[in-house]
Ligand binder design. Structure first.
Ligand code: FAD
Length: 300
């Protein structure tokens, strides 16, 4: 299946490092905001001008060297400063494996502590993105540890995991992003059927909207978005209790429309040289995105 092929390609470490040497290729530029902070701040300001807030992801994964994790931390600190200096409406999304989770848990925790501490000075939120199952519990452990000192941190619940319901109840007092889940996971831990995932996704969103702190509904699925609009209306849930999120470059008209309708809207803005794995996962989710690739290849 195409999905499995692209997930496999996204995890190919040789291709991941080879792609870093080149700029954005294969159409990745339509879904990645830029390769440096200046370009990215420009993109954020454009979105802000249209009433859209941003969460910024300095792309990177498969980090097994301390120097690379330290470099990623320094870049994220620079992004935090740039957001503050430019008075941009944005916060940070980050991946623990980029900050050394596969090297040493405590090293990763220290990197995160520095980032969350710096962001807290500016009252800026840090979202710990969720990766594959093998990193799920350690990522929650990082969150537990960080929230002993800071309140500007939250995470993601992936609806394809059987344990998601238990997790959402445990973390109800956090700002949570709820997603379907982007990685290929075995039947042992995760629903495989799209219908089961979608059903659990809606159930978790409704639960957190009713019982939780702030809910970020991160999806391009208009069926789910329309359902949420009805649900919040029927349950008198005010707009300041939730937002919709989509990825940069996807369903741009719908992003604008939701912002115009008065909903809080945040675009996930990825940037950086490490674009390959992210781009392959987007192709896995929606092979129609191959049109982007075809256009780039044939218009060269
Ligand atoms: P899908 O199930 O892909 O699509 C459902 C339906 O929506 C489609 O059948 C189609 O009708 C419509 N649709 C979808 N996309 C389009 C489009 N581009 N144009 C037109 N129609 C479309 N995953 C993680 O595992 N960890 C994370 O931390 C994480 N963070 C995320 C943050 C954000 C902001 C977003 C949006 C996603 C994130 N994801 C994350 C990915 C997520 O788990 C899903 O893999 C991804 O969003 C695809 O699922 P979907 O809900 O968008 O809808």
């Amino acid at each position: 299946m195409l999905k499995d092929l692209f997930i496999g390609l996204s995890q190919n470490q040789f291709l991941n490092s080879a792609a870093k040497k080149y700029g954005l290729k294969l159409g990745a530029q339509s879904v990645v905001a830029g390769t440096n902070i200046e370009e990215t701040i420009r993109s954020i300001k454009e979105l802000n001008a249209q009433g859209i807030s941003c969460t910024v992801d300095n792309l990177g994964e498969f980090v097994y060297k301390r120097e690379e994790a330290t470099e990623a931390k320094e870049q994220i600190l620079e992004v935090i400063e740039a957001i503050h200096e430019n008075k941009a409406d944005a916060h940070i999304s980050l991946k623990p494996t980029q900050l050394g989770l596969d090297i040493d848990y405590n090293f990763c925790l220290e990197n995160l502590r520095e980032i969350v501490g710096r962001a807290s000075k500016y009252d800026m939120f840090i979202n710990i993105d969720m990766e594959d199952y093998s990193h799920l519990q350690p990522s929650f452990d990082l969150l537990d540890e960080l929230s002993k000192e800071y309140s500007n941190v939250g995470t993601v619940i992936q609806a394809y995991f059987y344990r998601a319901e238990e997790d959402i109840k445990k973390y109800k007092d956090y700002r949570l992003r709820i997603v379907k889940g982007a990685y290929k996971e075995p039947e042992e831990y995760a629903y495989q059927d799209k219908k089961d995932i979608d059903t659990n996704f809606v159930k978790l969103i409704e639960w957190h909207l009713l019982n939780g702190k702030f809910t970020s509904i991160a999806t391009h699925d208009h069926h789910v978005i329309n359902h949420v609009k009805e649900f919040v209306k029927a349950n008198n849930i005010p707009n300041d209790k939730f937002e919709f999120q989509m990825l940069y470059g996807f369903r741009k008209d719908m992003q604008l429309q939701l912002a115009k309708e008065g909903y809080n809207f945040t675009t996930y803005v990825p940037f950086g040289k490490d674009w390959y794995g992210y781009f392959m996962r987007r192709l896995a989710e929606r092979p129609q995105n191959l049109n982007l690739v075809a256009k780039q290849v044939f218009t060269k």
